[in-house]
Ligand binder design. Structure first.
Ligand SMILES: Cc1cc2nc3c(=O)[nH]c(=O)nc-3n(C[C@H](O)[C@H](O)[C@H](O)COP(=O)(O)OP(=O)(O)OC[C@H]3O[C@@H](n4cnc5c(N)ncnc54)[C@H](O)[C@@H]3O)c2cc1C
Length: 382
């Protein structure tokens, strides 16, 4: 295996694989992607894979919209022969407080400016969209039919397969353990299988990205937070859309095979790399979900798991080049919504590395914003 590449990508999740694919598409094919375990072994293989355009900031709504446009034909886009499992059954976002309901109206205005086909729904409409839902205490909701979910394993593989076809090399079960620099520039990486050289290194290691960035003196204010999810036995189809509440911090969807996939937000947990499932989550999740959707009381849980959110202070990504190691880029901080934005983020990164124009200014994602106060605020986040 050769030791020198134009670009090295660290991390084989959907962000690393989408970036590799987009680089190759732009003619940068001398790329090595290094993954410490297997592709999708991190958050990408543990996520709900929900895709929604119903955001409250123009930035996120736009990134999600442009990403959805790619998810809609990802197989053709990447030349992948398998199905990526996109199901656009819609997202039903429900409001339990007046404040939230008011915010939803503002969010709709932002979405409509971009042409996103979302709309407000009253209680009878909510019951029609989701028969059996408990609407007690609900003010109303919003719905967008084009939101949905996909198969995170197939989507990541689609990008990886497409990238490999164009010449990108993948090195799995190999950990990046150090970074090589010279004269203020990145020159390569140290790994458990020796050193590899590159003038550009893209750090897509999610919750481990800050540790790597620290090696070249960068303080990336992103922390690792455990989030758990579970899946039930298969049931007859009753729920076509994803149901989500920000205030009660839950989401649930029915998978194509009939299982319900769900999760609730983390409460009172210290930052950690804990991958263990807990009884507390099982109990709390089932209580919240059975209250929201009482028909779930009949379901049996078959599996639960834990993964990590890479949380940034404003719940939006940090994309930055290291000051002391030019050519070393960190791309992390997706704060629980990195799957749905990966297509557009891959394009943004690849355009930057290829020196191509992009309609989005990558500088706004710099961690400098935490010093200047120019935060990327988002009102519609779980
Ligand atoms: C329970 C749960 C539910 C979620 N639901 C959703 C959802 O519905 N919609 C949504 O959009 N997002 C969701 N997310 C978030 C989403 O999963 C992530 O934002 C996204 O997958 C991040 O992709 P990534 O490629 O940055 O990270 P990852 O998939 O974690 O990939 C990073 C990779 O880097 C590797 N790595 C780390 N350190 C090194 C090293 N030193 N050397 C080599 N390799 C290394 C890891 O092994 C890992 O495979 C959810 C996450 C969780 C945990």
């Amino acid at each position: 295996m050769k030791k020198g590449y134009d670009v090295i990508i660290i991390g084989g999740g959907i962000i690393g694989c989408a970036t590799a694919f987009e680089l190759a598409k732009r003619g940068i094919t001398d790329v090595l992607l290094i993954e410490k375990r297997f592709l999708t072994s991190g958050a990408s293989g543990r996520c709900g894979a929900g895709i929604r355009q119903q955001w409250g900031s123009e930035l996120n709504a736009r990134i999600a919209l442009e990403s959805t446009n790619i998810f809609e034909h990802l197989e053709e886009y990447t030349g992948y022969s398998r199905n990526c499992g996109l199901h656009q059954g819609g997202y039903l976002l429900v409001a339990y407080t007046e404040k939230e309901w008011d915010q939803f109206q503002k969010n709709l205005e932002v979405q409509h400016k971009l042409g996103i086909d979302s709309y407000a729904v009253d209680i009878p409409q909510i019951k029609e969209i989701c028969p059996g839902i408990n609407t007690e205490g609900m003010y109303g909701g919003t719905f967008c039919q084009k939101d949905g979910h996909a198969d995170p394993f197939q989507c990541t593989q689609a990008y990886a397969t497409g990238a490999a076809r164009m010449g990108v090399k993948f090195l799995t079960y190999t950990e990046v353990t150090g970074l090589l620099t010279e004269g203020g520039k990145i020159t390569g990486v140290e790994t458990t299988r020796g050193n590899f050289e590159a003038k550009t290194v893209i750090n897509c290691a999610n919750v481990h990205a800050p540790e790597l960035a620290k090696m070249v003196g960068e303080d990336v204010p992103v922390i690792s937070e455990r989030h758990q999810a579970l899946i039930t036995e298969k049931y007859a189809p009753v729920l076509d859309c994803m149901v989500m509440s920000f205030v009660k911090s839950y989401y649930v969807q029915q998978e194509p095979n009939g299982s319900f996939l769900m999760g609730i937000g983390t409460k009172n947990e210290d930052p950690s790399f804990n991958f263990k499932s807990s009884w507390q989550f099982l109990e709390e999740n089932c209580a919240v979900m059975c209250d929201a959707l009482p028909f779930l009381r009949k379901t049996k849980v078959i599996r639960q798991w834990a993964g990590q959110y890479d949380m940034s202070p404003d719940c939006n990504p940090v994309i930055d080049e290291a000051a002391e190691a030019k050519g070393f880029w960190t791309v992390c901080g997706f704060s629980g919504h990195g799957f749905m934005v990966a297509p557009r983020i891959g394009i943004l990164m690849a355009n930057k590395i290829a020196g191509m124009d992009d309609s989005m200014d990558i500088a706004m994602f710099s961690k400098e914003r935490f010093k200047t106060g120019k935060l990327l605020l988002e009102p519609a986040v779980v």
